[in-house]
Design a protein around this ligand. Structure first.
Ligand SMILES: Nc1ncnc2c1ncn2[C@@H]1O[C@H](COP(=O)(O)OP(=O)(O)OP(=O)(O)O)[C@@H](O)[C@H]1O
Length: 257
């Protein structure tokens, strides 16, 4: 993609944990409007890369650029404020809260005027209205009751709420960490459709996954991580799953950036 500035880009990221080098001069780029999958063997450094991009880990060396401008995130809140939303498989939502509450967690809408500014009263009706709108735009309104506790939802619906939450707030980039790992076939399908919908709405997505068929189904490009760095970027239409596995395991160095 020559001539197009990546939305999110990293060069030469290094992160050491004692004697372990989790990131060893890793590069990364994400372009507008794409689903980029990140794959790699266990321990290859995928999580550390994603944590560095989302402010959860501060790299020892290297540079991260958002819209071409260097950024330094001291913590995940700073990355989020800059528009990088990360949905972790486990920490996606607060189970005991309702759907609308989950969507607005940490960004609650207050009532207008003095009720909100002084008495900090929440505008529940407005939050429910926006939650309903967001979920129906994403085709998730099979969920009947917007105040239903998230713990009563299915795994796929929960993931949907988490993804909707990340998509709802003017995000620039959404990072999904193993979104289908705990889901059944039907629920995985819904989440994959959701990923496509978000991409079609113009939101670029980073998808970390061990599930090759899912990766090959939705990704526009595939970043293959090996031994702490990007070993190759491949395309699902020109490379096979066995090419991907061969690069992951070091059996071949084939691949194009
Ligand atoms: N907090 C930490 N302290 C010490 N070592 C760590 C820490 N986090 C990651 N590592 C090490 O860094 C290397 C890369 O780990 P990372 O979790 O990034 O890999 P991964 O590709 O995400 O693996 P998996 O697919 O198994 O989740 C591993 O050797 C791991 O043991």
């Amino acid at each position: 993609m020559t001539g197009v500035t990546p939305i999110l880009e990293a060069t030469g990221l290094v992160k050491r944990y004692g004697r372990v080098t989790a990131l060893d001069r890793a590069d990364f780029d994400l372009y507008p409007g794409e689903v980029l999958a990140v794959i790699g063997d266990n321990g290859a450094g995928k999580s550390t890369l994603i944590k560095a991009l989302s402010g959860a880990v501060i790299p020892d060396q290297g540079e991260i650029r958002l819209h071409g401008k260097p950024v330094r995130f001291g913590n995940p809140m700073e990355a989020r404020a800059a528009g990088i939303e990360t949905v972790y498989q486990t920490l996606a939502v607060s189970p005991a809260l309702g759907i609308a509450d989950n969507l607005f967690l940490g960004r609650e809408i207050r009532k207008p005027g003095i009720l909100g500014s002084v008495f900090r009263m929440l505008d529940k009706a407005e939050m429910q209205r926006q939650a309903r709108k967001e979920l129906s735009e994403l085709g998730l309104l099979t969920i009947q009751n917007i105040n239903q506790a998230v713990e009563t939802l299915s795994g796929g619906q929960r993931q949907g709420v988490a993804v909707a939450r990340s998509a709802a707030f003017g995000s620039q980039v959404v990072i999904l960490d193993e979104p289908t790992a705990a889901l059944g076939v039907k629920e995985s399908r819904r989440v994959l459709n959701l990923i496509r919908q978000l991409r079609d709405k113009g939101l670029p997505i980073v998808l970390i996954s061990h599930n090759m068929p899912h990766v090959f189904e939705v990704a526009d490009r595939i970043h293959v991580h090996r031994l702490g760095r990007r070993a190759a970027v491949i395309h699902p239409d020109t490379h096979s799953m066995s090419d991907a596995v061969a690069i992951m395991t070091g059996a071949t160095e084939l691949g194009v950036a």
